[in-house]
Design a protein. Structure first.
Length: 216
């Protein structure tokens, strides 16, 4: 299993034009600095209270976990947020990219540790067509696996399979900063009109989010 995971990871490294050493040992990023304007592009940000209001009154929410969730060990806290939303009647699912994290299956293991029901886990092929009908997609510490540039034939990650979170009605991206992922390229998802950035450490942000959802 370890050998096959390493082989798949190496294939994804080639797809993203990065070395295996860079993926395994590169730094995670820096703290975000809030909303910024870059040229004619605007980054819209939310805090825990604003994000909680959006989630609490949604009908469907899809969480997209990434390496940032693993680094922060926030899977249990994310499960608490999901449970609170379910108590409000929200349909909650998790979209799992096959290579999100350090190697294939990483996210499945983390969510299993948090007792997330297997029936709520959907792979890329199962859920991508549903995103246009999803009220809120919440990206937790993922970057390259949700980068729309993969659809651009001229991009260095052209052809890489991604989760189409940009097609959801609203997308909340929980991330420490606007830094690029391991592919080393900017992510236009961050600047979309339907995207809101929730800057901060994943664990701290999700703990605050759970508190605000409970009080919403």
């Amino acid at each position: 299993m370890g050998a096959s995971g390493l082989i798949l990871t190496n294939l994804m490294c080639k797809a993203m034009n990065r070395s295996l050493a860079n993926v395994m040992f590169a730094g995670f990023g820096t703290e975000g600095a809030g909303p910024v304007e870059i040229g004619d592009r605007t980054v819209r940000s939310v805090d825990a209270e604003q994000a909680a209001m959006i989630l609490a009154y949604a009908q469907s929410v899809v969480f997209v976990p990434g390496y940032g969730l693993a680094v922060a060990q926030a899977q249990h806290d994310l499960k608490k947020v999901a449970s609170l939303l379910e108590e409000r009647g929200v349909d909650v699912r998790y979209a799992i990219h096959p290579v999100a994290g350090r190697m294939p299956g990483h996210m499945n293991v983390l969510l299993a540790e948090a007792d997330v029901p297997y029936t709520q886990l959907y792979d890329l092929d199962e859920i991508n067509d549903d995103f246009p009908t999803v009220d809120v997609a919440v990206v937790v510490g993922a970057n390259d696996v949700v980068n729309p540039l993969a659809r651009d034939p001229k991009s260095v990650i052209a052809g890489m399979p991604i989760l189409d979170v940009d097609k959801a009605k609203t997308c909340i991206v929980m991330k420490r900063s606007l830094s690029p992922g391991f592919a080393g390229i900017d992510n236009p998802l961050f600047y979309n009109e339907n995207t809101m950035m929730f800057f901060g450490n994943a664990k701290d942000s999700i703990v605050d989010l759970a508190k605000e959802v409970r009080e919403a």
